[in-house]
Design a binder for this molecule. Structure first.
Ligand SMILES: *Cc1c(COP(=O)(O)O)cnc(C)c1O
Length: 399
């Protein structure tokens, strides 16, 4: 057992050894620039990128031509939302999203708002679900873009993305989904969900940090539209024209190759891994809700990621619990917003009071989590939370 027990797999994951092994030669002997078309070093790097492109595309049901490699999901999201909005400025002004998106989407939308776009942030229900009817109602004729995450990084709730995609396609509105928590964990197929743009990242699926992808749909029907994307994204960077000019800059060949291996492994082990992790997750939920009086589960009871659980411990502040339990690595809110001490915007959006959000902790299991570690965590959480609530120093009325 590794102490601290790592249960923060929504923040990032350990890189799979097979991924590391595949990356090393691409930093060592195969160090060419994938854009060097005139010699063997370049050709070998380009072959590694092409193989990775096939593997990463397959994970999300895309064609290799539909994949743009980026520096991570935050960058993919910025390219998708700013690129589409700026490109469609003449067509309309409205962007529809929810209040429970990752900061990468929320802050990009805020920045677009400052550019003059109108952003509609729809509410979610107490499980974190957005109602597609609310999206339909918010679709004014000037609506250009809808962005809804596939699965939430704090509470694990899985959105009705196929219904949303169908609605957007029907109305001729672009649909972007942030699939960063979902890809590699649950089946994701951008064409089945009728997404035009889909963002995801290697480091959430046992790949390296600093590499991600944006899948940009290409029309599959025959005729003049064949292979055409539904939008010509305005690039954020100018440069050497790599990735069709959508994301110029020398490709991160080792990172991209590692992403490819991570995607291939994720697809291969998904049914088995998801079964194993949801079993461990249920063990964690039963253990903690059975052991800690009053403990509750935040998020949807069924429509949720297999590896994720978010608990409310009434009367026990998350920071106090985590300080007293340094042998368990968990998180309150999301790692990406630790710069701001604000209570989680996701938990607030599903209706938790301010105090309740401060008494909630997220647990994320992963490929390397063992049953022994889960049993240990249940014991430590139960004794720590019980002690803190009974001591009462941090007990605050919950409303
Ligand atoms: C981690 C995460 C991101 C950001 O991904 P990076 O690759 O770290 O930029 C975006 N959205 C969700 C849902 C995430 O979980």
């Amino acid at each position: 057992m590794n102490i601290p027990v790592y249960l923060d797999n929504q923040a990032t994951t350990r890189v799979d050894r097979r991924v590391i092994d595949a990356m090393i030669p691409l930093m060592d002997e195969v160090y060419g620039n994938a854009s060097s078309t005139q010699h063997e070093y370049g050709w070998r790097a380009e072959a590694a990128v092409a193989q990775a492109r096939r593997r990463v595309a397959a994970l999300v049901g895309a064609d290799p031509d539909e994949i743009v490699f980026t520096g991570g999901a935050t960058e993919s999201i910025n390219i998708a939302l700013k690129g589409a909005a700026r490109s469609l400025r003449g067509k309309g002004n409205r962007i529809i999203t929810t209040g429970t998106e990752h900061r990468a989407v929320l802050d990009t939308c805020l920045s677009l708002e400052h550019e003059g776009f109108e952003v509609v942030r729809l509410p979610v229900d107490r499980f974190g679900l957005v109602d597609p009817d609310d999206i339909a109602r918010a679709m004014s004729p000037g609506t250009i873009l809808v962005s809804i995450m596939t699965a939430n990084n704090e509470i694990g709730t899985i959105a009705p993305v196929a219904a949303i995609g169908a609605l957007c396609r029907d109305r001729g509105v672009l649909f972007h989904t942030d699939a960063t928590q979902a890809a590699g964990k649950i089946p994701v197929d951008m064409h089945a969900m009728q997404a035009d743009l889909l963002s995801f990242s290697a480091h959430k699926m046992y790949g390296p940090k600093g590499v991600g992808a944006l899948a940009l749909r290409a029309a599959r029907q025959n005729g003049p539209q064949a292979g055409r994307p539904p939008v010509r994204l305005t690039p954020l960077l100018d440069g050497g024209g790599q990735e069709k000019g959508i994301r110029p800059g020398t490709l991160n060949v080792p990172g991209i190759a590692g992403f490819g291996v991570a995607a291939e492994i994720a697809a291969a082990v998904m049914p088995e891994e998801s079964r194993r992790l949801s079993g461990l997750r249920d063990m964690l939920v039963d253990g903690i809700t059975g052991g800690v009086e009053g403990a509750g589960l935040n998020g949807h009871p069924v429509l949720r990621l297999p590896h994720s659980a978010n608990f409310l411990f009434p009367g026990a502040r998350a920071d106090a619990v985590m300080m007293a339990m340094k042998d368990i690595a968990v998180s309150s809110g999301s790692a990406c917003s630790t710069a701001s001490p604000e209570p989680s915007h996701v938990l607030r959006a599903i209706g938790l009071g301010r105090e309740e959000t401060l008494c909630s902790i997220r647990f994320g299991l992963g490929r390397f989590t063992t049953e022994e570690e889960v049993a240990y965590a249940i014991g430590r959480v139960t004794e720590t939370v019980t002690q803190i609530t009974q001591r009462g120093t941090h007990a605050v009325p919950v409303h």
